[in-house]
Design a binder for this molecule. Structure first.
Ligand SMILES: C[S@@+](CC[C@H](N)C(=O)[O-])C[C@H]1O[C@@H](n2cnc3c(N)ncnc32)[C@H](O)[C@@H]1O
Length: 227
């Protein structure tokens, strides 16, 4: 049996119970608890197909040197794809210690040379406390309580001329019940604000994982040079 967002409803319910019914919904403790209890329905054992397909297509002239950031990196599959297809160094961050431990184990087993050579690095930190300047950011989850702060933080983190690739999911679910929380078509543009960004892509991706077909959008924004 599957729900409208295509994953086992019992795992989804477990995740929602842990993360949204916590006394601080969406806190680091609640997400860590989801990891500790294997309530991780997003874990598909592969990089996000829309990301991989977009990078392989060379449709957009993404940077080929510098550093990429993946906030909420989970187990780290997307880090490998960004490093191997663009050659960027990649920093994966997640505020849940169990997520970082899981990612470290996974990456040390599958791509030990990338971890040893620091082509891929991991850091346990809250996205909103992160500092630095990045050429590319790949971003997915956007909890409602994060949304107002999200645009300003992205502006701080992305270099002028740099890009954000966003996988917006799910486009068919309630906005206030999650995770995953529903996302409307213009949500990201709205929170990035009018100036400072050029939207260079916004479409239903050609390739999606089986649980995401038709209910996600792929967006790319380029940060304009400072005026
Ligand atoms: C839905 S999971 C997605 C994981 C990964 N991107 C994937 O697709 O496999 C969201 C992840 O974001 C992390 N997260 C949520 N809020 C965060 C924050 N403010 N700072 C850093 N990580 C955060 C959670 O711990 C969780 O691992």
């Amino acid at each position: 049996m599957t729900t409208r967002i295509g994953v086992d409803p019992s795992i989804l319910e477990k995740l929602q119970d842990i993360v949204s019914k916590d006394r601080e919904p969406g806190s680091m403790r609640s997400w860590n608890s989801a990891w500790l209890n294997s309530a991780t329905p997003w874990e598909g054992g592969q990089a996000q197909p829309p990301l991989q397909h977009l990078l392989e297509s060379c449709e957009i002239d993404f940077p080929r040197s510098g550093t990429a950031l993946v906030p909420g990196c989970g187990k780290g599959h997307d880090l490998i794809v960004i490093n191997s297809l663009l050659g960027l160094q990649v920093l994966g961050v997640d505020f849940a210690p169990k997520a970082i431990e899981t990612a470290r184990n996974h990456l040390e087993n599958t791509v030990p040379e990338l971890i040893k050579g620091e082509n891929i690095r991991l850091q346990q930190v809250d996205f909103f406390e992160l500092e630095g300047s990045y050429d590319l950011v790949f971003f997915q989850a956007l909890q409602p309580e994060m949304r107002s702060k999200w645009g300003a933080q992205m502006y701080q983190l992305v270099k002028p001329g740099g890009y954000i690739i966003i996988l917006a999911f799910p486009t068919n679910a309630p906005l206030n019940r999650g995770p995953p929380f529903g996302i409307e078509q213009n949500t990201h543009a709205q929170f990035l604000g009018g100036g400072g960004w050029e939207k260079v892509l916004d479409r239903v991706p050609e390739k999606s994982s089986t649980t995401h077909v038709g209910i996600e959008r792929l967006l790319v924004f380029k940060r304009l040079a400072d005026q």
